[in-house]
Design a protein around this ligand. Sequence first.
Ligand code: UDP
Ligand code: MG
Length: 334
Amino acid sequence: MNVSSLDLSVVTPMYNEREAVDHFVARLRPVLDRLGLAYEVVAVDDGSRDATVARLLELRAGWPQLRVVALRRNVGHQAALAAGLRSARGDYVVSIDADLQDPPETIGDMLAVAREKAVDVVYGVRHDRSSDTIFKRRTAGVYYWTMRRLVGPWVSDQAGDFRLMSRAVVDVLNDLPEQRPVYRLMVPSLGFSSAEVSYVRAERVAGETKYPLSKMIKLTLDSVTSFSATPLRIATWLGLLSFLLCLGLMVSALVAWGLGAVVPGWTSLYVAVLLLGGVQLICLGLLGEYIGRIYAAVQNRPPFLVAMDTEAAMDTEVAMDTDDAEPQISLPQK
Ligand code: UDP
Ligand code: MG
């Protein structure tokens, strides 16, 4: 576990954010300096292919509180966030996107609320998403609707990954053995005291979204499978329903045979075979999703590897292991 020596850590995963990073730093720094606290900004580079890391290192020269943690490859937003939470040393930790869709000014409000109300978590809740595309809003709407039903009513409708957490929460999160964490569901599920701060979701300051449909689907599958076995139960019910349907069809087939009308029936046969085949494949696929995750959990490979951390010695390799919050430092390869 990290020794807390700072008041605040701001964790920001970045993937190909070269275009946004200057804007981000220019707006974040005055906000944090004004707070008058000992802070660090943990910029986690999630295996960017552009010059994000190089630019971050340049910016760090003029802003020592900017810490750069570079991952070996792109592991996705949530795993990059995990890397940031592991590295963060602050008494409070705020996670925020790098594209300025989450306004840095809200961090001050979050801290004030956390202290005033003595809560462990302060969620940033988007009360206006008009800057997001219709597609994004619709898919987000379906996502949160499904999660509230499958996971629990405590999932906030509009809470993404802009939130403040106390050291106690971050320590608990870091100790969880999740291979594919979904923090927006994990944090409320822990049951820590919480409050909300609302903000207006701005437009991405520069560059493109790093969340294509494929990543959204992955996040949805991780969200469902890590919190609910309901889809498996649905599979059981589908199986039962198909079985009952088949029983009825069997009776009607026997009756038809008794009446001597057995030759026609190609359509019903065809439909039944297709339907049953479809249901079986869906159920197999569902099982596969869960088995794949059990497989990953049993393999227990680290969900990310840190290639460089400006707070650690530059010539050592730091690898994080999932069930050990301490970084394991090995000798350099070359
Ligand atoms: N991100 C990341 N790894 C990824 C995808 C995204 O670290 O594989 C970061 C990205 O740089 C940004 C945050 O996650 O800071 C949210 O991504 P984005 O703004 O593209 O998502 P959107 O707001 O469009 O949902
Ligand atoms: Mg964004």
